[in-house]
Design a protein around this ligand. Structure first.
Ligand SMILES: NC(=O)c1ccc[n+]([C@@H]2O[C@H](COP(=O)([O-])OP(=O)(O)OC[C@H]3O[C@@H](n4cnc5c(N)ncnc54)[C@H](O)[C@@H]3O)[C@@H](O)[C@H]2O)c1
Length: 434
């Protein structure tokens, strides 16, 4: 194991923005797993083994055998939310897990009481909770959040903190160069309480990076997708990752689209729709919030089925994504994909995928891995955009000012993940992305 990476000693504080369905499912699962009452299925940190070394030296090791990753027993949880419900109440309300899977850790969950949210109702009109910082300007939010992080760290005797956003999707905030272009202009806008360009999520990210905590964006918000945040991440030496957990339909899409592109089949159209009835679905029922999700979901195919590289095959295909709020299904999303492809001499064919999934059950292990790996990256001294974490994310971050393109192809992303781990473990990265 590489001794250049600092060891994972002491407590790791995981502070999650939003204590809703995903977060309560994640926390309950971790607490149950460390009591030996469940298995952390879906977490690659816990289960995956990858090859290091070549030929006769090849061996397959778990991520923890390759690099020093924090243990579940060392995690301490905290959260912010617009609603005052503690993690136990939130897990019961979400109805993702059965009571028998929550009760054994009830006491620990009840102790996770959300701190007051940095919230602006204009960014999520369907929410009306009262656990919020009253009358706070954007800069007040930053200062209060920084204090929250410091206090939590001291009170819980944490060596390190990771902050992850698993709160509602905010309305779409397009990139504005004058405000989001540099750290100086971002800070100026925060201090001027520019509520149009500064989303509350930016205050969380800014506070986290300033307090020495990596930041993970699990929703499609454009929060850390701006040069100002990259500048701050470099200045503070903090890693950032985003955006939007790649859970159900988009996971299928980024795994299935390579079948079409690898076999040089053509695409006329891809229609994705789903029904979802949890609070996430309620927020996304608002057109301005859905817009943020739509932009994120639409980006998945672009770099896999690339019209510039293969104009005969991928010219002008129709890609549509819908989300429909349908309360009876709660967290149990049902997704349908209709894919119109064409083959030899242009003859059309269709593929239908019907995925009956559980949103938070898919998201929880991603949140765990993203937090554990961000903490590893911090100790390995890597800062800025962590492109290898694209594997977990629908709309991977990339530096558009340098002409980079995002990698959406699931198996190329997996190669990036494996190579980053190999490097952090002191082994050679040995697979090229092509
Ligand atoms: N579950 C999935 O498969 C999946 C996949 C990709 C992305 N996501 C995203 O993850 C996020 C969480 O999903 P969920 O199902 O847990 O939603 P949820 O509605 O159950 O929980 C979100 C919580 O965030 C809180 N919140 C909103 N704004 C806040 C703020 N400014 N500060 C603090 N708290 C705030 C809300 O009060 C709510 O309790 C959503 O943005 C969702 O789009 C989920």
């Amino acid at each position: 194991m590489n001794n250049k990476v600092k060891p994972a000693e002491g407590n790791l504080g995981i502070l999650v923005v939003g204590l809703g369905a995903v977060t309560s499912t994640f926390m309950t699962g971790v607490l149950m797993a460390r009591k030996g009452l469940t298995k952390p299925v879906g977490s690659m940190v816990e289960y995956d083994k990858i090859r290091v070394g070549k030929g006769e030296d090849a061996k397959y090791l778990s991520y923890r055998e390759i690099a020093p990753i924090a243990e579940l027993k060392d995690i301490v949880f905290g959260a912010w939310d617009v609603y005052p419900a503690n993690a136990y109440q939130s897990a019961i309300y979400a109805e993702v897990l059965k009571e028998k899977d929550i009760e054994p850790v009830r006491e620990e969950l009840e102790k996770i009481v959300p701190m007051k949210a940095a919230f602006d109702v204009n960014y999520a009109k369907r929410l009306n909770g009262e656990n919020i910082m009253e009358g706070a300007t954007r800069w007040d939010m930053v200062e209060q959040l920084r204090k929250d992080i410091r206090d939590f760290k001291a009170k819980n005797n944490c060596e390190r903190i990771v902050v992850a956003w698993a709160a509602s999707t905010e309305i779409y905030v397009p990139y504005c160069k004058e405000v989001h272009g540099t750290l100086e202009s971002l800070e100026k806008a925060m201090k001027a309480n520019d509520r149009q360009h500064i989303a509350p999520s930016m205050c969380y990210a800014y506070a986290a990076l300033c307090e020495g905590a990596p930041f993970v964006m699990g929703a499609p918000n454009t929060t850390v997708d701006i040069p100002a945040m990259w500048e701050l991440a470099e200045k503070t030496g903090m890693p950032i990752a985003g955006k939007d957990f790649k859970t159900g339909q988009t996971l299928v899409k980024s795994g299935f689209a390579p079948i079409i592109s690898t076999r040089c089949l053509g695409l006329n159209g891809w229609f994705s729709t789903n029904i979802l009835g949890n609070r996430d679905g309620l927020v996304l029922d608002e057109p301005d919030n859905f817009r943020t999700k739509e932009v994120s979901k639409l980006s998945t195919l672009e770099s896999i089925l690339d019209c510039d590289k293969q104009p005969d095959l991928y010219n002008d295909y129709y890609h549509k994504v819908r989300i429909n709020y349908y309360p009876p299904r709660n967290d149990n999303k049902e997704g349908w994909d209709n894919i119109d492809i064409f083959g030899w001499m242009g003859y059309p064919m269709q593929i239908k995928i019907n995925f009956l999934c559980r949103d938070s059950i898919l998201a929880a292990p991603l949140l765990l891995d993203l937090c554990l790996l961000s903490d590893l990256v911090l100790r390995a001294g890597r800062s800025g955009i962590q492109r290898f974490l694209s594997f977990y994310l629908k709309s991977p971050m990339y530096d558009f000012t340098k002409g980079e393109i995002p990698v959406n192809h699931l198996f190329q992303q997996y190669t990036m993940l494996k190579n980053a781990l190999r490097e952090m473990g002191g082994y050679e990265a040995d697979e090229e992305i092509d």
